[in-house]
Design a protein around this ligand. Structure first.
Ligand code: SF4
Length: 443
């Protein structure tokens, strides 16, 4: 999972872009990069770590211009030690510089690179788009946007893109609309962002989402929408369940409201009569648990686990050793509230199963009378091919432990997942979403 933020036509564009990237930092923590333009040349700074560590005052000061494009990266393809692992990636189209930032994963980039004999300087799938645009520029297409449209017709998979030219910012979503990308208005200019929660960080107003199969050109003349492919939607269902910020509106759906409604649906499908307390595993399950507890039939919402905000998200830590260490230091438990109670523990999903048994053990140590686990998505049995670095299928806990053995494996009294029918029923236009990691239906 990655994040994109860009500014067109505003003073301190690079500084605003760094603030915007910080606002979507929950999407990725491995690398951060910004390219800026003052109308002709481009300036780039990138490095490993989170935005505020990569972009100190001195780094931002060097990124001149009224336009900027930033990216935060969580790698979904293997990096090579001698290759630049950060984005945006720079290219040159018939003597004009450009930069590309990508959220998603291309599924056929190796085939395309071989067929077109493209030479990469990174090991990132995104570079395929950069080199394809250049290739078409060298082979008879004089207009950048025409070359971009042809390049996009050759790649498959998931891509939300920000593309910076010296006097233009372009936002693109793939025909599936798999990842979110929105446009905002800021101080006489425009911004683009992977999530709308970052708009308030830069005092911008929401304008619209970029439609699937559409590129939006942002120039001094304003916005120009150019549909380039027929939409065939497969929006990531997990964006709103887990990845997105609660303050974001993803695919037109307020995330916080979606999670509360999902929690209600979970309680209706998988109630827990006799539950005293409904507690989330923080943070992404907080509003789901709130929804679960709202009827009062299965216990009342009362968080008994708090999360240290000085430890990053466990899912987006790159190694299992890091993950294990972070889980241990991540949570604190309100022992006085837990003792003697029947706890309904709510989470959004179980991926590797790193966290749950440790939390159940901690609740038992605090004296919980019973622990019933409710999961707000169907079992995850398949890897994601579209931009989320899920492990191979043998490492997914739903493939290692039978569903009716989950309680014994985790140490809980019961573990119940949301049925797929309930998730679909809660999804507007349910066939417009991707559920591949849950049902194996790839597109
Ligand atoms: Fe999202 Fe799962 Fe589809 Fe990947 S496979 S895009 S995580 S719903």
């Amino acid at each position: 999972m990655c994040g994109i933020f860009g500014i067109f036509g505003a003073r301190k564009a690079a500084e605003l872009t760094a603030i915007g990237l910080h606002g979507i930092q929950h999407r990725a923590v491995e690398y951060a990069g910004i390219v800026s333009s003052e109308g002709h040349g481009m300036h780039r700074h990138a490095g490993p770590g989170i935005t505020r560590d990569v972009f100190d005052h001195a780094a931002v000061e060097k990124l001149h211009g009224l336009h900027a494009l930033g990216h935060i990266r969580y790698s979904t393809v293997e990096d090579k030690p001698d290759r630049d692992p950060a984005q945006p990636i720079l290219g040159m189209f018939n003597g004009v510089p450009f930069a590309v930032a990508h959220n998603g994963t291309l599924t056929n980039w190796r085939d395309v690179a071989t067929r077109r004999d493209l030479r990469f300087v990174t090991s990132i799938d995104t570079e395929c788009i950069v080199r394809l645009i250049e290739w078409h520029g060298r082979n008879g297409i004089a207009d950048f946007h025409a070359a971009l449209a042809v390049a996009l017709s050759e790649v498959r998979g998931s891509f939300a893109l920000g593309i910076l030219l010296p006097e233009e910012l372009i936002a693109v979503r793939d025909p599936a609309g798999n990842r979110p990308l929105s446009i905002g208005r800021i101080n006489g200019g425009y911004c683009i962002t992977s999530e709308t929660c970052a708009l308030s960080n830069v005092e911008a107003e929401f304008v619209s989402d970029v439609a699937p199969g559409t590129m939006v050109r942002i120039t001094q003349a304003g916005l120009e929408l150019r549909p380039y492919a027929k939409p065939c939607e497969h929006k990531c269902r997990f964006e709103a369940i887990y990845f997105g910020h609660p303050a974001s509106c993803i695919f037109g759906e307020p995330v916080q409201r979606f999670r509360i409604d999902l929690g209600k649906a979970l309680e209706e499908a998988c109630p827990c009569p006799g539950g005293d307390i409904v507690s989330p595993i923080p943070d992404s399950a907080t509003f789901i648990a709130y929804g679960y507890g709202s009827s009062g039939r299965s216990g009342v919402f009362f968080p008994v686990i708090t999360r240290s905000h000085f430890v990053g998200r466990t899912f987006i830590v790159a190694t299992q050793a890091d993950r294990d260490e972070k889980v241990s230091s991540k949570f604190a438990f309100s022992a006085e509230e837990i003792a003697g109670k029947s706890i309904v523990l709510v989470d959004d999903s179980i991926v590797r199963g790193t966290t749950l048994p440790k939390i159940v053990r901690a609740l038992r140590r605090c004296g919980a009378k019973a622990i019933h686990v409710r999961i707000a998505s169907p079992p995850m049995r398949h890897s994601c091919s579209y931009g989320i670095d899920t492990p191979d299928e043998t490492k997914l806990i739903a493939n290692r432990v039978a569903i009716d053995g989950m309680a014994e494996w985790s140490g809980a009294d019961s573990v119940v997942y949301l049925p797929m029918d309930s998730l679909r029923a809660r999804s507007p236009h349910p066939d417009s979403f991707c559920y591949a990691c849950m049902n194996g239906t790839y597109w």
